[in-house]
Design a protein around this ligand. Structure first.
Ligand code: PLP
Length: 406
């Protein structure tokens, strides 16, 4: 009998966010145990509700969105995205340059499939949102990880990027604001990256899905606004800012210098039409959602849930001996560091499993984000303050006498 195996490409995909720790959590849940999930950026289970206007808009549009749309998306949605991009000073985007997707995820995969040949390299941050590395690998390319520097607020290390550019490098991924670190990059760093991209003819892939979840009065700069001479693909969506991760709605705007990218853009168009179109009722939310940003702003302002939860978790984590965390400025993640000597930690996945089994708390170890040293883990601080406090207390108790055995 013929055996049906995973393809070689799929075997090489490291997408550790699903892995032994997740399998163990599922086993425990099936056995009736209650687990606190701090592992996934999905706001709805933690009592976050989408703004009423958004739900109303979707309900009103249901009957007019029963059919397929244009494969790039509804004109009304793409016009709203063009207007949004103008507010971010992203140059020369018109409705033809915008593609809607079933979440940003689909478009990340599509953008890599349309570009990469075997041996092509894409610079991806470490730590990364692992779908980027997985998509590069699945498309036949090689993800080359550049460092983000914890001692500089987790900003990209531009020297490291420069060192890793080779004749096979086709593009660079910038995740800003960042998952898993919650970092927001300053314009000066973005400008340095643009210079490198210009000098080396790199495509910029800018994942900006958290650009509306910024704290401390800071503002977000779209890297595409600084790079009119580069080809830029900017990714954004409503999963996080409008708390509707389950509706699956995202988009991608192509900006800057498109003159040498006719073939690539044809490929993107082809792949876009092969999936017919993205979820049409969800597309109908884009225009109203991009006008209703007040509720999002309230979440990240002092007194808002995301802001208060950040203040709480950062303090609690930094109070645990052997744990330190850089204060995130955006999104709802932080990426704490463990003192590996103190805890004798040599395997971060093992650490995550030990916490899960002992304290029934699920989080993702740093390796799941292509962070090579076993000294970090990611916390999603979406649960309310009471739950976060319980979790941090339990973690502190666990670590008080934890020593990893070889
Ligand atoms: N990009 C980043 C940086 C993310 O953190 C996520 C989800 O967590 C995504 C993309 C995927 O978002 P979507 O729900 O739009 O597919």
């Amino acid at each position: 009998m013929r055996k049906f195996e995973k393809s070689v490409k799929l075997n090489n995909v490291c997408y550790d966010i699903r892995g032994p720790v997740m399998d163990e959590a599922n086993r425990m849940i099936a056995a009736g145990e209650k687990i606190l999930k701090l592992n996934i950026g999905n706001p709805a289970p933690f009592g976050f509700r989408a703004p009423d206007e958004i739900i109303k808009a979707m309900a009103e549009n249901l009957t007019s969105t029963e059919g397929y749309s244009d494969s790039k998306g509804l004109i009304s949605a793409r016009e709203a995205i063009v207007e949004y991009d103008k507010t971010k000073n992203i140059p020369n985007v018109n409705v033809d340059d915008v593609y809607t997707g079933n979440g940003v995820s689909e478009l990340i995969t599509l953008s890599m499939q349309g570009l990469l040949d075997y041996g092509d390299e894409i610079l991806v941050p470490a730590p990364d949102y692992p779908l980027w590395t997985a998509s590069v690998t699945l498309a036949g390319g090689t993800a080359v990880h550049y460092l983000c520097d914890e001692s500089s607020n987790w900003y990209p290390d531009v020297k490291d990027i420069e060192k890793k550019i080779t004749p096979r490098t086709k593009g660079i991924v910038i995740i800003n604001p960042n998952n898993p670190t919650g970092a927001l990059y300053p314009e000066s760093i973005l400008r340095e990256i643009v210079k490198l991209a210009e000098r080396n003819d790199l495509i910029i892939f800018a994942d900006e899905i958290y650009d509306r979840l910024i704290m401390d009065g800071k503002t977000h700069t779209s890297i595409a606004s600084l790079a009119p001479d580069c080809l830029c693909l900017t990714f954004n969506g409503l999963s996080k800012s409008h708390l509707i991760a389950g509706y699956r709605v995202g988009w991608m705007s192509i900006s800057g210098n498109k003159s040498n990218a006719t073939g690539y853009i044809e490929g993107i168009k082809l792949l876009s039409s092969m999936r017919l179109c993205s979820n049409v009722p969800a597309q109908s939310l884009i225009a109203p959602a991009l006008k209703h940003l007040d509720e999002t702003r309230k979440l990240v302002a002092p007194g808002g849930r995301v802001y208060q939860q950040r203040e709480c978790i950062v303090k609690l984590l930094n109070d645990i001996p052997g744990v330190s965390v850089v204060k995130p400025e955006a999104a709802f993640y932080c990426f704490p560091k463990l003192d590996t000597k103190r805890f004798n930690i040599h395997d971060d996945e093992r650490f995550a499993l030990d916490v899960l089994r002992n304290k029934k708390i699920l989080f993702t170890h740093g390796g799941g984000f292509h962070w090579e040293v076993p000294d970090h883990f990611r916390i999603v601080y979406l649960p309310d303050i009471e739950v976060l406090t319980e979790a941090a207390t339990a973690l502190g108790e666990f670590l008080a006498d934890y020593r990893q055995i070889d």
